[in-house]
Design a protein around this ligand. Structure first.
Ligand code: ASP
Length: 360
């Protein structure tokens, strides 16, 4: 009989393992492991073997930094050969950022990496932690050799990590990927839509160390003072995600605003336009207010989430690319993070799956 699959669990913190104290929920070392030891279900024969390795200290994910992303990626790399799949237990607040960052940093990933957490800690009588954990473990046990990508498993949805975003602070369906269908659903059965999964990788895993790039994000709003944006774009900033209205539009009638953008792009700052809307794509050629942004050197990020756009900027600059190379790569899918509009496909041999972000 074949041995059970082995899952490496990187426990970074988050509500899932927190303990209630007089100061609110706090992560406490060993608490999650003690609770799990009391639940026989986690030792059922169908559940894969798993080993939990705890972050020191455990974090509320609001305190995550790119340095912590690298710590997780390094843990995965150093245990890569000895485990079949990887589970990252993480707070929900910044899970979408970490998932997106790992999807870029873990180049040529051939094994599954799933992030999960919960809205209610495992210690509470009624919680979503047990379900999320068990579903993730069972999924990884069953499909460890067929899911070569970074994913978020939450509630009944398996999502591509770099497409995921937190959509609810309270609901058990806390995450969604509004611009990409779920990779799978956990109903009576755990079903995966294999058509959507990234193709297998054959090269060896490598980790890109992000962290030192000077990147940021700015959400535009009616009446914004251009000096605020100027401060964000000032040296040493290398790249900024500009969260714009609707199809990527911005107050282009504000000439001071436009000058600030033009001066920054002329200095080589990469400004990526994404939409503030939950669903849809920044299409800068649709309105004059979008085209004017293209004219001052802003690039469209299509349907990238703001989280994925930021993580991708961190990653591309960490690779030492020039601003022009970063601009180019921000506008094409690397690991399924964006959907190219049909116009970009005219005359190419790319398939519909490529357009959905399956380009290798
Ligand atoms: N503040 C918590 C965290 O992100 C929220 C959660 O885990 O749901 O770590």
């Amino acid at each position: 009989m074949l041995g059970k699959s082995r899952i490496y669990v990187a426990y970074t913190g988050g509500t899932i393992g927190m303990r209630k104290t007089a100061h609110g929920y706090v992560p406490e070392s060993g608490h999650l492991q003690r609770l799990l030891a009391e639940i026989p279900r986690f030792r059922d024969p169908g559940v894969p073997e798993f080993e939990i390795v705890e972050f020191e200290p455990l974090l509320d994910s609001s305190n995550m930094t790119p340095g912590h992303w690298l710590q997780i990626a390094d843990q995965i790399r150093s245990n890569y050969a000895n485990y079949d799949a990887f589970l990252v237990l993480h707070g929900t607040d910044t899970m979408a950022f970490t998932a997106a960052a790992l999807s870029f940093m873990l180049e040529d990933l051939a094994k599954p990496v799933v992030l999960t957490g919960s809205q209610i800690p495992l210690e509470e009588t009624r919680n979503d932690a047990q379900n999320n954990l068990l579903t993730a473990l069972l999924l990884l046990g069953r499909y460890h050799d067929r899911l070569p990508e970074v994913m978020v498993l939450f509630g009944d949805k398996l999502l591509r990590g770099n497409r995921a975003t937190k959509v609810s602070v309270t609901g058990f369906d806390g995450f969604d990927s509004p611009n990409f269908p779920p990779l799978g659903r956990a109903g009576i059965d755990i079903e995966v839509d294999w058509e959507l999964v990234l193709p297998p990788r054959t090269r060896e895993l490598s980790v890109v160390a992000v962290g030192s790039a000077q990147v940021g994000a700015f959400r535009i709003f009616p009446g914004l003072e251009p000096r605020l944006l100027e401060a964000v774009l000032a040296p040493p900033t290398q790249g900024v995600v500009l969260e714009c209205f609707g199809a990527g539009n911005a107050p282009t009638a504000n000439l001071a605003f436009m000058r600030v953008l033009a001066e920054a792009t002329a200095r080589g700052v990469v400004i990526v336009d994404v939409t503030q809307a939950l669903r849809g794509s920044a299409n800068l050629s649709l309105y004059a207010t979008g085209r004017a942004l293209l004219d001052v050197g802003v690039v469209g990020g299509y349907d990238l989430t703001a989280e994925a756009a930021l993580a991708k900027l961190f990653y591309l600059f960490a690779k030492g690319l020039s601003p022009d190379q970063v601009k180019r790569d921000m506008q094409r899918p690397l690991v399924g993070e964006l959907t190219l509009p049909a116009t970009e496909f005219a005359g190419t041999a790319w398939t519909a799956a490529d357009r959905q972000g399956r380009l290798a």
